[in-house]
Design a protein. Structure first.
Length: 247
């Protein structure tokens, strides 16, 4: 019996020794393919970031979903020189006053948000552009991780002016109304280049809740926010915090 048991143990050892290279080979193949997939995704996003540094993004996932839900959307891309300077300053004053001073993440705002126990006010314009152009809506950890990875890459390749230009062209200003040109026509019947300081501040005031706020018929809250944005826009112009994009 002891001899038979010893033979069984030897047989198992030989079988395990034969199977070990197979398991190792399978593990290597899995890791190799996983590396290829990750590398392919990285290359895909790198190509898009480079391409959209000078080509207007045609559409994003959220716009596709809204176009399907609403039966169509309003959007009309305009270049930086076709947007009133006051609009850029109003958007930055409203959404990301330190836009020119950070590399994609406003650490001061993030620390303040953590201390308050939430993430309100922590998302920069650069992060919003990354999410809107390259990713999808939602609060999943995967999207947040991709946003955290892609935002510095966008900041590295794009100029600050390009980031703001894209932001103003993809932001939603009313249900199904995307971009500052479509919003200016929709609310005020003018082109983006002809927006007044008050009109620009009104548009910025509907962010980030375009479905719940109206720039043409502002609530008391929107009026109050508009006044704050007007003051903020003048402040960042005076102290140089709009220097990276202003003209």
């Amino acid at each position: 019996m002891a001899e038979a048991g010893e033979k069984t143990r030897r047989s198992r050892k030989r079988k395990a020794a034969k199977d070990a290279p197979r398991r190792l080979s399978l593990r290597r193949r899995v890791l190799r393919w996983a590396g290829r997939i990750v590398g392919g995704i990285a290359a895909f996003y790198a190509l898009l970031i480079l391409l959209f540094s000078f080509v207007p993004p045609p559409i994003n996932l959220y716009q596709i979903g809204e176009a399907w839900r609403l039966g169509g959307i309003e959007k009309d891309w305009v270049g930086w020189d076709e947007i009133a300077p006051v609009m850029g300053r109003a958007a930055v004053a409203a959404e990301d006053a330190n836009f020119c001073n950070h590399w994609g993440f406003d650490m001061i705002a993030i620390r303040a948000a953590i201390e308050e126990g939430g993430n309100r006010g922590a998302s920069t314009i650069s992060q919003q552009v990354t999410k809107n152009v390259f990713l999808w809506q939602g609060r999943s950890w995967l999207r947040k991780a991709l946003e955290a990875t892609l935002t510095p890459a966008v900041e590295l390749v794009w100029t600050k002016r390009r980031v703001l230009e894209v932001y103003l062209n993809v932001a939603e200003f009313d249900e199904g109304v995307f971009g500052v040109q479509a919003a200016a026509r929709h609310y005020f019947g003018v082109d983006a280049k002809d927006l007044s300081a008050v009109q620009a501040a009104r548009l910025a005031a509907v962010l980030p809740d375009p479905k719940g706020r109206d720039a043409a018929k502002p609530s008391d809250f929107v009026r109050k926010r508009t006044r704050a944005i007007l003051a903020g826009a003048e402040t960042i112009k005076a102290d140089g915090r709009s220097a990276c994009f202003d003209r």
